[in-house]
Design a protein around this ligand. Sequence first.
Ligand code: HEC
Ligand code: HEC
Length: 211
Amino acid sequence: MNKFLPACILALIVSSLSAEVLAEGDAEAGRALFPVCTACHGPQGLGNQAMNAPKIAGQEDWYIVRQMELFQNDARGTAPGDMHGMQMAAMAKGPQLKGDEALANLAAYIGTFPNPTPAPTVSGDATAGEKLYPICAACHGQKAEGIEAMSGPKLVGQNDWYLVNQIKKFKEGKRGYHNLDHGGRQMRPMVATLTDDTSINDIVAYINTLN
Ligand code: HEC
Ligand code: HEC
């Protein structure tokens, strides 16, 4: 494992350098696309745990656009048993959201929201989590700030319960399973080091300390 991982990461670096250039979005035009999102993500994109919908305020535009495309292309939210992903996929397929321009506008509008730190909900041992984090930094950054060139999204400032859920989805093959989902397929083997719920909670508790 230790010998294999560095080579594996290097191969991934090369494969992710082909990131698309994002169209410049018009936040005012994006405003009109957002009302449908508020029922689950809230009027300012702060997320709603009761709806299992994460915070999207503060997330980077390139990542928001990419996730919307994955949902639209059945590359996310189609795995058997992924009820939450299916709910979101249905929303992403709205006819008003077709095309690069609409998604760039929507992401630009989300980019105008304030980005407060969510209250922690997960209890774990952040010191133990810190020891598990170094492998994640290659793609998500030392401070979990995200690295676009690696397609790794920002994790800091995200709802902690959502991070736990997503790590479990990668483990269960409910995310990162589709040919078009290049980022998700890179991410999926990385959760192998998180062998149980305790280690998942610990690493997320550590990410909470990076705020
Ligand atoms: C019916 C509720 C619902 C509505 C309406 C909805 N979403 Fe979602 N959204 C969700 C859920 C649930 C998830 C988490 C899916 C998962 O667990 O994989 C999600 C996930 C996302 C993600 C992925 C976040 C990440 O960090 O990976 C983005 C981006 C997103 N939604 C944007 C939107 C936008 C933009 C709209 C409006 C066009 C919208 N959503 C409307 C429920 C909803
Ligand atoms: C080889 C690069 C790489 C490494 C290393 C990596 N990730 Fe990721 N991770 C990604 C990519 C790319 C995505 C986005 C996948 C997508 O677009 O759907 C992602 C997504 C995630 C998400 C979902 C975020 C969201 O908003 O939905 C979580 C949580 C996550 N990673 C946690 C981790 C943790 C914890 C580690 C270390 C154990 C780790 N990652 C290591 C590349 C990586």
